[in-house]
Unconditional design. Structure first.
Length: 278
């Protein structure tokens, strides 16, 4: 009997898995956009870069007031100093990135076909450090987030352009990220998509849940709850914890794949990081 249950579970499982899944990022993106366009017919594509503030006039006004004296300004200044300070070997961050690291954040995450993995800006910052004999920095907040915030600030207004090359590994990474976005998790059994697609724009406790489209445009972001600037993946971990699911390690393969999918959805939107959020 036990064996039978097991077998039927396996059958159900395999039926699920055998649904042909030809990764088609462009049509996924079209579907997400069509969904939101129908749901929020009064806002433009660009407005999605403002997250929940695009959906609520009151919250938007408060936010605009905060942005008059941006709470992330010190982090950007500090990030610039760190970015420009040479490593012990005389090299610097600029030597690790295209265009000396300036105005390039809109192209990340990237898929590296050589090492077969997704490279986010934060991951690349630490790769740069370790390949130059410097210690890796903690992901999430602090110096690494400041450097990333500075790099974002030099890329403002640039149009997000995440490329998914026609490569088996790249498509698999994208699919894994997409799966994570739609997979229900944690004791509350909720997916990212539950809150940020299905009920996006709704009120959850004191907050309006932002649409998945455009959520990545302004990171690293200053949050009053963090009292500092923090990275996108720190936010992922926070949202996982909210539904009482165990978060992954920051910059784990899982979160880098998630960021790949998530940022691809924002293609065509202007980068406006760093930003501030409640
Ligand atoms: C239980 C509902 C819930 C789930 C599930 C959830 N989030 Fe969130 N998330 C929120 C709320 C509430 C906020 C704060 C308001 C907002 O959306 O900006 C938020 C904020 C965010 C933000 C910041 C948005 C911004 O404009 O700064 C990102 C990014 C994010 N979530 C991503 C995710 C991802 C990725 C997942 C899945 C791993 C996820 N969330 C799962 C409720 C949820």
């Amino acid at each position: 009997m036990k064996g039978l249950t097991c077998l039927s579970a396996m059958l159900v499982g395999s039926l699920f898995i055998s649904v042909p899944s030809f990764a088609d990022p462009q049509s996924d993106s079209d579907d997400v956009r069509a969904f939101f366009q129908k749901r929020f017919s009064n806002i433009t594509l660009e407005d999605y870069a403002d997250g929940a503030y695009a959906l609520n006039e009151n919250a938007r006004m408060q936010w605009e007031e905060i942005e008059e004296f941006p709470p992330y300004e010190d982090a950007v200044d500090e990030g610039m100093v760190l970015f420009e300070t040479p490593f012990a070997n005389g090299k610097s961050y600029a030597t690790c990135f295209p265009n000396g690291g300036i105005g390039i954040k809109q192209n990340y995450p990237k898929y590296d076909t050589e090492t077969q993995q997704v490279i986010t800006v934060e991951y690349a910052i630490n790769q740069c450090r370790t390949s130059n004999g410097e210690a890796a920095l903690p992901y999430g907040q602090g110096e690494l987030a400041y450097v990333s915030a500075y790099m974002a600030s030099t890329s403002r207004e640039n149009i997000i352009n995440v490329v998914i090359p026609d490569d088996e590994g790249a498509l698999a990474a994208y699919e894994a990220g997409k799966k994570m976005f739609y997979e229900r998790k944690g004791q509350l059994n909720m997916a990212c998509a539950t809150c940020h697609i299905s009920i996006a724009g709704g009120q959850l406790r004191a907050e309006i849940t932002s649409p998945a489209l455009g959520q990545t445009t302004h990171f690293p972001a200053f949050r009053f709850g963090w009292d500092d600037i923090g990275t996108l993946q720190k936010r992922y971990a926070g949202c996982n914890t909210q539904v009482r699911a165990k978060p992954f390690a920051l910059q784990s393969e899982e979160y880098r794949n998630l960021e790949y999918f998530h940022t691809y959805m924002a293609n065509g939107l202007p980068l406006n990081g760093p930003g501030s959020r409640k």
